[in-house]
Design a protein around this ligand. Structure first.
Ligand SMILES: NC(=O)c1ccc[n+]([C@@H]2O[C@H](COP(=O)([O-])OP(=O)(O)OC[C@H]3O[C@@H](n4cnc5c(N)ncnc54)[C@H](OP(=O)(O)O)[C@@H]3O)[C@@H](O)[C@H]2O)c1
Length: 420
């Protein structure tokens, strides 16, 4: 890469304007923004008018621009911009986790063919340097698991539910009015945003190329005030965690689900809009990364770090994926808590075993084990009013499935009938 970085910037919103402002201060980087492409030319901008265009070609066809920074909020258009820029031999930086996670196969092929750097540290956990860390540092150390709070909006809402003992809908409305949740919060609260981020972490952490569609994810929409009470009684918190754990057979268990987190976990104290990731590896044991997962300058800091890395020709090499992609495992058990308004909302036959059933005036709940494969195919887990939360250390891999079947499943209905 040439020493001087001449940048074409797509997007001048929260992050785009942030990186523009930061680069004005960082003269030592020798990086200048030559053109900025936006969608709505009528908007007032805090930058000289001659910098702006609405024509992609003003950047993509400019031979003097050697770096494209893509910071728009439209995943389909972002893919067009990024893929065209790579084919035109430009280095690319992006923060668009949805586009990246959904288009990984094509993006890997393009990078291999055109040998251009494509960096996206800001796409996961904003300011936390997680991708390059997994790619480089944990390339040499055997990574066992990644467990993180990777979505700030949902963490903010869960913190409110706990601290103020309020229901999800009230907490969401407060988060929206304070700007910590989008007005259309679906991607965040459904767990989809976290599944996109986990797709990226899986590739860089465990070498697994998959699609977010293959990742079981539930969000926080059904978390009930009674669930928070249950957690408080056990001195736990509820967090939306994205997990990828290497099992004894070498394959990886991965999902995004609400989880009870005990005081012993570093994630317990990750509150409000903050993100945190616990990495467990063979030699170093547990390591914890914590910081702001979103916001103008925290996110711009990760984009800046990528721009800086371009100056020394840095590229992701996807070594783990090339050496061995073990794929995801679905043959394990999850130990879960499920609460509901009526037992009729659950399919009790799906449980491999049940260890507690409880009925209160407001709510009923059950704890027990479910095969992950069964859970992935279950429709009842998405029913309104059904709240499923993984118990701490809920991944169970050493069970004798045959024994379990005989011992607990001879007549699963009878466990419940007496109690409803
Ligand atoms: N915000 C965060 O804290 C954060 C954190 C991590 C990652 N990200 C990611 O960073 C990206 C940008 O997020 P943001 O929050 O900065 O978004 P934003 O504030 O909504 O800004 C989006 C920008 O994209 C421009 N745009 C949209 N479609 C376009 C198109 N087809 N051509 C040219 N420009 C277009 C918009 O133009 P106009 O100004 O003309 O409307 C606007 O300037 C997203 O992928 C997001 O997921 C954001």
């Amino acid at each position: 890469m040439e020493n001087k970085l001449s940048i074409g910037l797509f997007g001048f919103g929260v992050v785009g304007e942030g990186i523009y402002q930061v680069l004005l201060q960082k003269l030592s980087l020798n990086a200048t923004i030559k053109k900025i492409c936006i969608k709505h030319p009528e908007k007032k901008r805090n930058a000289p008018a001659e910098l702006f265009t609405t024509d992609y070609n003003d950047i993509l066809n400019d031979p003097l621009i050697n770096v494209v920074i893509e910071l728009i909020d439209d995943a389909d258009e972002a893919f067009k911009i990024v893929s065209t820029a790579i084919t035109k031999n430009k280095a690319v930086v992006s923060a668009n986790k949805k586009m990246i996670a959904e288009s990984f196969p094509q993006l890997l092929l393009l990078q291999a063919e055109f040998e251009q750097p494509f960096l996206y540290e800001a796409a996961v956990c904003g300011s936390i340097p997680i991708i390059r860390n997994l790619e480089e540092y944990y390339d040499n150390e055997l990574l066992e698991s990644i467990c993180g709070i990777v979505n700030g909006s949902t963490n903010f809402i869960l913190t409110k539910i706990f601290k103020e003992k309020i229901d999800y809908k009230i907490a969401l409305a407060e988060a929206q009015s304070l700007g910590f949740a989008e007005w259309d919060p679906h991607l965040d609260v459904s767990g989809m945003d976290a599944a996109n981020k986990l797709t990226i972490l899986l590739l860089h952490g465990h070498g697994i190329l998959t699609s977010p569609k293959n990742i079981l994810h539930l969000g926080i929409e059904n978390i009930h005030a009674e669930d928070a009470k249950y957690a408080l009684g056990k001195r736990w918190q509820i967090k939306l965690t994205a997990q990828a754990k290497r099992l004894k057979n070498g394959k990886v268990a991965a999902f995004v689900l609400p989880q009870f987190v005990s005081k012993e976990s570093q994630l317990y104290n990750v509150e409000n809009e903050f993100n945190g990731v616990v990495l467990q590896s063979a030699l170093s044991d547990k390591q914890f990364l914590y910081g702001k997962g979103a916001g103008r300058f925290p996110t711009a800091s990760a984009v800046l770090s990528d721009i800086s890395a371009l100056r020394y020709q840095y590229k992701y090499e996807y070594r783990k994926h090339q050496q061995q992609d073990t794929g995801l495992e679905t043959d394990f058990l999850l130990w879960v808590y499920v609460s509901c308004n009526s037992w009729a909302d659950l399919d009790m036959e799906d449980f491999a075993w049940i260890d507690a059933i409880h009925t209160t005036e407001q709510r009923q709940y059950v704890t027990g084990g479910i095969r992950f494969k069964t859970l992935s195919n279950a429709t009842w887990i998405r029913r309104q009013g059904v709240s499923l939360i993984v118990l701490p250390d809920g991944i169970i891999q050493e069970m004798n499935f045959d024994l379990l079947d005989k011992k607990f499943l001879s007549d699963p209905g009878c466990l419940v009938q007496g109690l409803v």
